[in-house]
Write a protein that binds this ligand. Structure first.
Ligand code: GLN
Length: 544
C-alpha cells in the first residue's frame, strides 16, 4: 500500500520546495524505496503547455508527452528509477475541467456540485492514482499556505490524512527562518505563524524544513519545535547550499529518512549517498572552465531554460569543468555590436528551443558566426530549424524560411506536415500518421541515427529515444541539396522518417537536433550530447 508524504510551503515562495522534496526522494530511493513524486498546481490553467516561460519558467516534457511544471524536471534529475508521467502533475484547472465534464454528462445525477466533496474527491483520486505501484509517493502542493487558491488541495490532504491514518500519510512543511542582520538575530516568528495558518485548516506538520541563509542555533530549533508542536528532531535545518545536489546529504545527516521510515514502519538498509558526494565534489572543484553563449528570447528569466542550464552543469560535472552560461538576448544581438563582441568571447554557442519569429534574426546571426568560425554549435529544436535555414540561405543561396515565420514562403524548408500535404502535394515522407501536422509532436520517440555520423558516435548507438515538443518539421524535399552541400542528416524518426538531426561534416562540432536532449540529462552521468558539446567547448577554449 502506497504511503504519502505531503509537502507544503509557507511564508514565501521560491524556497526550493521541489528541490527539497526531490532530495528526500533521492535519499529514500538510496534506501531501496520505490518512490514517485507529484506536483499539484493551484492555478486555473489546465496545464502549463500554453503558459509563458517569462512567468512560469520552462515547460518540462515527460516521456509520455505531458507538458508539465518544471519541478518535474527536478524530480527526474534526483531520481534514477522513476520517470514522471501525465499523472504526476495536475492543476486546479484540470480538476475543475474533469468535474465540470462529469457534471455535463449528468454523472452527479442532478446533485449540487461543490468544492467539498466533488473537487476534493477528484483531487484525492488523482493523488491516489499517481502513487499506484510505488512504496512512497511525495506530493508537492504548489503555492504557499494561506493562498485562497490552494485551499481545496489542503482540504484534500487533510481528508487523506484521516482516511489513510498515521502510518500511511505524513506532512512536511517548508518554511523560511529569516536572519535580520540589523538586529543580528534569527527570527522564528514567520515559521510559527505559518504553522498556525496550517493548523487553522486542520493540518499539523510532522516535519518542518527550515530554510535559511544562516546557521540556526539549537536554541532556536527547540523554540520552533515548542511553538509548532513538531518533534524537535523533525525540525530540519536547511541552510542555503552551494549546490542543490548537497541537499540529499543535508537531509540524511539530520536523519530525515529515518523519521519517515520509522513513521511508516519500514525497515530498510542505510542510504549510500556516495554518488551524490561525487557529483558535489566534481561540481565544487572544477579544474577548468568554459563559457557557453545561449542565444534566446527569454534571457531575463534563466528558469525558462532550466533543463538546459542543468544539462550544461551536468556535462561540466562529468568533465570537472565549470560551465558559465552567457545569456544573450537574441533580439538585441540583431543590432548590438557590443553584444556580438560578447558572443565572440564564448567557447561555444547554443540556440535553444523557442516559438515565434521574434529574435530569429539574431539567432541566425549567431549560427552563421559559429558555423563560419568553427565554434562548437548545439542547436535544439528551433535551434536546429534555424541551423537548417541558415545553411540553406548562406551556403545553398536559397531564400529558405520556416512557414512558422512566413506562411507564404516560396522555400518552406521548415513547415507543417499538413501544409505540405494540403497545399503542395509534394510530401516526401514515409508517413503513416497524417494527423501529425498542426498538432505538437510531444514526448519520447525513437530515432534512427545514421551509422558513421558524429551523432551516432556521440550516443554510441544507432537507435535512441528522446523527447519532442514542436509542430514544425524539416521538409524532406530539401534533404538532397543540403546533403550535397555538406550538411548531413544524422538521424531520422523511426516511425515517420522525419529529420531528427543535422550536422556539418567539415565543422569540428556542429550538431543540431529536433528533439530536447536536456530533459533526460542527469547529474549522475550527464547526457552524451551535452557531455560531448562541453568537451568540444573545452577543446575550442584550448585553441584560443
Ligand atoms: N517553434 C518550433 C516548432 O514548433 C520549435 C519548437 C521548439 O523549439 N520547442 O516546431
Amino acid at each position: 500500500m502506497t504511503k504519502f508524504i505531503f509537502v507544503t510551503g509557507g511564508v514565501v515562495s521560491s524556497l526550493g520546495k521541489g528541490i527539497t522534496a526531490a532530495s528526500l526522494a533521492a535519499v529514500l530511493e538510496a534506501r531501496g524505496v520505490k518512490v514517485t513524486m507529484t506536483k499539484m498546481d493551484p492555478y486555473i490553467n489546465v496545464d502549463p503547455g500554453t503558459m509563458s516561460p517569462f512567468q512560469h519558467g520552462e515547460v518540462f516534457v515527460t516521456d509520455d508527452g505531458a507538458e508539465t511544471d518544471l519541478d518535474l524536471g527536478y524530480y527526474e534529475r534526483f531520481l534514477r528509477h522513476s520517470k514522471m508521467s501525465k499523472s504526476n502533475n495536475f492543476t486546479s484547472g484540470r480538476i475543475y475541467q474533469t468535474v465540470l465534464n462529469k457534471e455535463r454528462r449528468g454523472e452527479y445525477l442532478g446533485g449540487t456540485v461543490q468544492v467539498i466533496p466533488h473537487i476534493t474527491d477528484e483531487i484525492k483520486n488523482k493523488i491516489l492514482a499517481s502513487g499506484e505501484g510505488y512504496d512512497i509517493a511525495i506530493i508537492e502542493i504548489g503555492g504557499t499556505v494561506g493562498d485562497i487558491e490552494s485551499l481545496p488541495f489542503m482540504e484534500a490532504v487533510r481528508q487523506m490524512q484521516v482516511e489513510l491514518g498515521r502510518n500511511r500519510a505524513m506532512l512536511m512543511h517548508l518554511t523560511l527562518v529569516p536572519y535580520i542582520s540589523s538586529a543580528g538575530e534569527t527570527k522564528t516568528k514567520p515559521t510559527q505563524h505559518s504553522v498556525k495558518e496550517l493548523r487553522s485548516i486542520g493540518l499539523q506538520p510532522d516535519i518542518l524544513i527550515c530554510r535559511s541563509e544562516h546557521y540556526i542555533s539549537p536554541d532556536n530549533r527547540r523554540k520552533i519545535a515548542l511553538f509548532t508542536n513538531v518533534e524537535e528532531r523533525a525540525v530540519i535545518m536547511c541552510e542555503d547550499a552551494q549546490s542543490i545536489y548537497q541537499i540529499p546529504r543535508t537531509l540524511y545527516e539530520q536523519d530525515l529518512d529515518d523519521i519517515v521510515c520509522e513513521r511508516f514502519g519500514m525497515n530498510l538498509p542505510e542510504a549510500d549517498l556516495s554518488d551524490w558526494d561525487k557529483v558535489v565534489e566534481a561540481q565544487l572543484n572544477p579544474e577548468s572552465n568554459v563559457t557557453v553563449a545561449m542565444v534566446g528570447k527569454y534571457v531575463e528569466l534563466p528558469d525558462a531554460y532550466k533543463s538546459i542550464n542543468e544539462a550544461l552543469l551536468h556535462a561540466g560535472i562529468t568533465h570537472q569543468t565549470s560551465v558559465n552560461i552567457d545569456y544573450i538576448d537574441a533580439e538585441r544581438l540583431e543590432t548590438d555590436e557590443g553584444l556580438f563582441a560578447q558572443l565572440q568571447q564564448a567557447d561555444a554557442v547554443l540556440v535553444p528551443g523557442g516559438f515565434g519569429e521574434r529574435g530569429t534574426v539574431g539567432k541566425l546571426k549567431a549560427v552563421t558566426y559559429a558555423r563560419e568560425n568553427n565554434v562548437p554549435y548545439l542547436g535544439i529544436c528551433l535551434g536546429m530549424q534555424l541551423a537548417v535555414i541558415e545553411y540553406a540561405r548562406n551556403v545553398l543561396n536559397i531564400d529558405a524560411n520556416s512557414s512558422e515565420f512566413d506562411r507564404k514562403t516560396a522555400e518552406p524548408i521548415i513547415g507543417l506536415i499538413t501544409e505540405w500535404l494540403d497545399e503542395r502535394g509534394e510530401l516526401q515522407i514515409r508517413s503513416d500518421d497524417s494527423d501529425l501536422g498542426g498538432t505538437m509532436r510531444l514526448g519520447a520517440q525513437q530515432a534512427e541515427l545514421v551509422a558513421g555520423s558524429k551523432l551516432s558516435q556521440i550516443y554510441g548507438a544507432t537507435r535512441i529515444s528522446e523527447r519532442h515538443r514542436h509542430r514544425y518539421e524539416m521538409n524532406n524535399r530539401y534533404i538532397e541539396p543540403l546533403e550535397q552541400s555538406g550538411m548531413k542528416i544524422s538521424g531520422y524518426s523511426a516511425k515517420q522518417h522525419l529529420v531528427e538531426s543535422v550536422e556539418i561534416s567539415e565543422h569540428p562540432w556542429f550538431v543540431a537536433v529536433q528533439f530536447h536532449p536536456e530533459f533526460t540529462s542527469s547529474p549522475r552521468g550527464g547526457h552524451p550530447l551535452f557531455n560531448s558539446f562541453v568537451k568540444a567547448a573545452k577543446d575550442h577554449h584550448a585553441t584560443k
